[in-house]
Design a protein around this ligand. Structure first.
Ligand SMILES: Cc1cc2nc3c(=O)[nH]c(=O)nc-3n(C[C@H](O)[C@H](O)[C@H](O)COP(=O)(O)OP(=O)(O)OC[C@H]3O[C@@H](n4cnc5c(N)ncnc54)[C@H](O)[C@@H]3O)c2cc1C
Length: 392
């Protein structure tokens, strides 16, 4: 078994790591301080535009995953590199399912990084873990589609360059469960679209990208704004979410690596009761356990990425496994690092409070842990019950 990254990935990795270490990391803390100090944080500070990135590189999931890990070591590199959620997932949707017209209008500028996008599926009024609950509608009216509904946790709508959202709505309640909903490309400037408020995640607004609550009131568009045709939303969502979850997980592994590094530096450099903190209590074991957990998680995610690339059916269960395992792992590693830092761990002198929030949020975003555990258990029990458990 060859554990080396492909030559293409190694080349990109070298360039990305140099770029990050020389250009981004030395400026990141100042970037966050400047943004937080602003009365209006919903802006793109010049540093983001200055740190130019490049266009899609045609990488497989397994090739891209190590790059996502490196980007996850910082809270702004994926934005600088135009590889942040939800833009990457939305670009993949357009790449695979968009019409030529949709690609020209939206995919091109997204790839160029001249506009940003949002993905509007979750609704405040219904349990959105179950996508069949969605109440928002995307109704066909002649050669037009009319969208109505209230969405929230729409990541990206705070960005001043966010120009388009992918809206998921009910089109045909009579169709089978998996063909009722459609995805519609809704330009944010269309009459009837309103960003009602930005929603904080445990106190963090995550500006300038942010997460918004958005209302759609009689938003009327040509039916050609529907992606892949009416009723195709579930198939598209499945295709979008696999790679998107791999990206999230690899970024979290990068985050956990960076945080473990901070924990080790603190544990060596600070002394209590006559010893470095590393040598007190069970701290060496905690550091060792974090190393084991990160390395296990990385192999797990790379394997899931490879299964996706190979089009193997096991990819479904593997993606759900990593989506449970990695945010929990990252949350535990950050928590350990906060504890080692003492009070400083909760201050904004270190990026740990933000890192913990990112990991915690990903136990909900893209499907709560329980829903993924449900998928894993169904597949596992199905192996033993000749399919009778498969529908439970
Ligand atoms: C930071 C962040 C960013 C997000 N970005 C986006 C975005 O860009 N676009 C978007 O559309 N959404 C986004 N979301 C929303 C996210 O995907 C939803 O919050 C998530 O799918 C859960 O839906 P819900 O909040 O309605 O929870 P609910 O469906 O109400 O579920 C609540 C709880 O019920 C329990 N539960 C639900 N189903 C089961 C089950 N089958 N078995 C056992 N227990 C269960 C779980 O404990 C679950 O956490 C984001 C969320 C966060 C926190």
């Amino acid at each position: 078994m060859d554990f080396d990254h492909s030559p293409k990935t190694q080349e990109y990795l070298g360039r990305l790591i140099d770029f990050q270490e020389q250009e981004i990391l030395p400026r990141e803390q100042a970037y966050h301080r400047e943004l937080l100090a602003r009365e209006d944080p919903w802006v793109v500070l010049p540093i983001i535009d200055e740190l130019n990135a490049e266009r899609g590189a045609g990488l497989s999931n397994a090739d891209y995953a190590p790059l996502a890990e490196v980007m996850g070591r910082s809270l702004i590199t994926s934005l600088v590199c135009n590889c942040n959620a939800p833009d990457t997932g939305n670009m993949e949707v357009l790449w695979h399912f968009g019409s030529d017209e949709q690609k020209a209008q939206w995919l091109e500028p997204l790839l160029d990084g001249t506009i940003r996008s949002a993905f509007c599926m979750t609704e405040p009024d219904v349990a959105s873990s179950d996508a069949t609950n969605m109440q928002a509608t995307a109704i066909l009216d002649g050669d037009e589609v009319v969208c109505n509904g209230r969405k929230w946790w729409s990541t990206g709508v705070g960005h001043p360059e966010c120009k388009v959202s992918i809206f998921m709505g009910l089109t045909d309640p009579q169709a089978d469960r998996y063909h009722q909903h459609s995805m519609v490309l809704v330009p944010l400037e269309t009459p009837g679209v309103e960003v009602v408020r930005m929603v904080p995640t445990m106190g963090f607004y995550d500006a300038p990208v942010g997460h918004g609550e958005v209302t759609f009131t009689d938003v009327r568009l040509p039916a050609s704004a529907i992606i892949g045709g009416p009723g195709q939303a579930f198939g598209i969502a499945q295709a979008r979410l696999g790679p998107g979850r791999v990206h999230h997980c690899m970024r979290l592994i990068g985050l956990a690596e960076a945080v473990l590094g901070l924990a080790c530096e603190r544990a060596i450099s600070r002394t209590a009761f006559g010893k470095p903190i590393a040598n007190l209590g069970g701290n060496r074991e905690r550091i060792a356990d974090a190393r084991i957990a990160i390395d296990q998680a990385r192999l797990h995610v790379l394997h899931a990425a490879w299964l996706l690339d190979e089009g193997r059916p096991e990819a479904l269960g593997a993606v759900s496994q990593i989506k449970v395992a990695v945010p929990n792992m990252a949350q535990d590693v950050v928590d350990m690092a906060i504890q080692l830092h003492g009070g400083a761990g909760l201050s904004d002198d270190f990026p740990l409070a933000g890192a913990w929030t990112v990991a915690r949020a990903l136990r909900l975003a893209d499907g709560p842990d329980e829903v993924h555990r449900g998928v894993i258990a169904r597949l596992e029990l199905g192996k033993h019950g000749h399919g009778k458990w498969a529908t439970a």
